[in-house]
Design a protein around this ligand. Structure first.
Ligand SMILES: Cc1cc2nc3c(=O)[nH]c(=O)nc-3n(C[C@H](O)[C@H](O)[C@H](O)COP(=O)(O)OP(=O)(O)OC[C@H]3O[C@@H](n4cnc5c(N)ncnc54)[C@H](O)[C@@H]3O)c2cc1C
Ligand code: SF4
Length: 567
């Protein structure tokens, strides 16, 4: 029988990137919070620079909940369903920020108003057919203050390109205005990054160092980055990578109002007959607990956010919590991160030294930063060249068709070229479509017997055209920097991913969105949702800083409107 625990004010489900930030504004406002986290605390001692453990064996040191509930995927409702071997996300206090790359981007102004800007500039017919994209309920100006809070509270290194409208060509000249510089200067450059930046300038483009949630100098009594690498899917052994487990969560604990419960696997969000949330049920080592609360913030990453809502059925919500309009799982999309370009240089580039968040970006072909007048698609991509190399992945490099992938010739090729390749990371505009969605798999279950999440989704023409254009520009850039050969890599499809959006989209219309402009359910007033699952557009850059800024905003709204939300 389930043990009923002492009620609290707020339960946060999942203490990752988003939930781990939200606990700070709540506890600072005097609200008691129980943070239920499926994983455990991990420390820098758990993060040896070990490619086998981090990149091959998927961190055996962490709780493996995610690995036991890998979503299934089919490209459309008639296609076969497949299941990947592993889930990319982490179960631990701090969530996936423990082993993420820590690129820490804001969205650009266009990303908030894709529909109205496209319609104004190119006509309504330019919004791709079948896309369910909507403008956000607010613009970048509303989120700017929250971006700023998270950047300073957790620590972000970078070079501003636009402070209150004053453009600084050392930064991204296309970025929206920010109130002040980053708290730390950008991570240092390398000879190869300098070479690529000079080549971009030669092409008339605007290269800049990207932002990273990694210390470029000691910050808040933690070490600066050592640039030794191995944080591509690895945690930081000197705590220079700034996740909530090192910043906002300990600060919330210091208020005496945050109780962190680890190994707590939430299985349902509970409601009363009036359809209000009453708390959650969770399981630890086979034992069931009920944690009553006045409000619940769901922050368990995109797939689990939709899954938990769909699993939480009740009299008031027979099709899943907050799903009486059938919107849970809808407007799902995963960032088009495939379609990179790999280059082979006729010289060593010394990428053994460095990390994925250390690099040079070009935004000239992102968003609507270039004229799409004569084109038949919208959006674009951010070109990112980084310094990152590890032994096992280096040895598995392609041979550009020059040798077989085995034998003596292959060995000689790898020996000569292991430090001569570079693969660009190109993040591209991805849109939601009416036939891309998440639901519960009808047959595959997790070890507790609950259906896993099923992804039905694929990229469409707009994504393919953006991919082709950005690959051409990237190839041009590598060639200008002296690459001897280049290779365009495939776009792939929309299987389980690290940048998953939608499923609980934010918007003012309850017919097409799960949460309102503050991140609270249209149907359940005391249920908030945190993470990229509320985002309706991706922009051309990683989601985490935006998810964290939104999480802070939702938590602050709850604190300021405590009575109206909880009564
Ligand atoms: C290798 C890699 C590199 C990445 N690089 C970048 C990058 O450079 N920049 C960037 O912006 N983003 C990056 N990302 C993506 C980034 O990690 C995510 O955007 C971010 O962590 C999502 O935040 P979240 O809070 O929604 O989920 P998470 O950070 O994954 O946190 C969710 C938490 O919820 C817990 N949880 C899940 N289900 C339950 C449950 N039922 N009960 C209790 N707890 C539960 C999990 O254990 C986890 O701790 C990367 C991801 C990976 C894997
Ligand atoms: S490269 Fe920097 S951030 Fe990455 S693990 Fe090493 S010290 Fe930490």
């Amino acid at each position: 029988m389930a043990t009923k625990l002492k009620p609290t004010d707020v339960v946060v489900i999942g203490l990752g990137a988003a939930g781990g930030v939200a606990v700070l504004p709540l506890t600072q406002a005097g609200i008691d919070v129980v943070g239920l986290e499926a994983g455990t605390w991990l420390t820098r001692r758990d993060f040896a620079p070990d490619e086998i453990r981090n990149n091959v064996r998927d961190w055996p040191q962490s709780v493996q909940k995610a690995q036991q509930e890998v979503p299934t995927h089919r490209v459309n409702a008639k296609a076969n369903t497949t299941r990947a071997g592993s889930h990319p996300m982490m179960n631990a206090v701090g969530g996936t920020t423990l082993h993420y790359w820590a690129q820490s981007w804001r969205l650009n102004p266009w990303d908030f108003k894709v529909v109205s800007d496209t319609t104004r500039r190119y006509g309504a017919a330019r919004v791709p057919k079948g896309s369910t994209v909507e403008d956000w309920p607010f613009g970048l100006d509303e989120l700017e203050g929250y971006y700023d809070k998270v950047e300073y509270e957790t620590g972000v290194s970078g070079q501003a390109g636009n402070i209150k409208g004053a453009i600084d060509p050392r930064g991204n000249i296309f970025e929206g205005p920010r109130a002040r510089p980053y708290p730390m200067p950008p991570l240092r450059s390398t000879g190869f990054i300098d070479l690529m930046a000079a080549a971009a300038r030669g092409l008339g483009w605007h290269p800049f160092a990207g932002p990273a949630s990694i210390n470029s100098r000691p910050y808040q009594n933690r070490s600066a980055c050592m640039y030794h690498g191995f944080c591509n899917k690895g945690g930081c052994h000197v705590d220079a990578k700034n996740g909530p487990h090192l910043t906002t969560i300990p600060r919330a604990q210091e208020t005496g109002r945050l109780k962190v419960v680890t190994r707590a696997h939430v299985t349902s969000i509970d409601t009363d007959d009036q359809g209000r949330v009453t708390g959650v049920t969770y399981v630890t080592d086979g034992q069931e607990f009920i944690q009553p609360a006045k409000a619940v913030l769901l922050a368990s990453y995109t797939y689990e956010n939709s899954r938990l809502l769909l699993l939480s059925k009740s009299k008031a919500f027979p099709n899943g919590l907050s799903n009486n309009h059938g919107q849970v799982g809808r407007h799902y999309f995963s960032h088009a991160q495939g379609a990179g370009v790999t280059a082979l240089f006729p010289f060593n580039i010394n990428a053994w030294y460095g990390l994925p968040a250390q690099g040079v970006a070009v935004d000239n072909f992102a968003d609507d930063n270039y004229d799409h007048g004569g084109l038949d698609y919208i959006g674009g991509g951010n070109l990112w060249v980084m310094s990152d190399r590890r032994p096992i992945s280096a040895a598995s490099m392609g041979t550009f068709g020059r040798t077989p992938a085995w034998g003596k010739e292959w060995k000689a090729f790898i020996k000569e070229n292991a430090d001569r390749t570079n693969t660009a990371y190109i993040q591209k505009t991805t849109l939601p479509y009416e036939d891309n969605f998440l639901d519960l798999d009808p047959t595959v279950k997790d070890p507790l017997g609950f259906p896993v999440c099923r992804i039905t989704a694929d990229y469409k023409d707009n994504e393919r055209k953006v991919a082709a254009h950005t690959q051409e520009r990237m190839t041009e850039w590598y060639k200008a920097a002296g690459a001897g050969a280049t290779q365009a890599n495939p776009l792939g499809t929309m299987g389980p991913t690290t940048h998953a959006y939608g499923g609980t989209r934010m918007g003012t219309n309850p017919e097409t969105n799960v949460v309102n402009a503050w991140g609270f359910s249209h149907e359940v007033p005391n249920l908030g949702v945190l993470g990229a699952s509320v985002m309706g557009t991706s922009g051309a850059r990683n989601p985490t800083l935006t998810a964290q800024a939104l999480a802070w905003r939702t938590a602050e709204y709850l604190a300021k409107n405590w009575k109206s939300v909880t009564s």
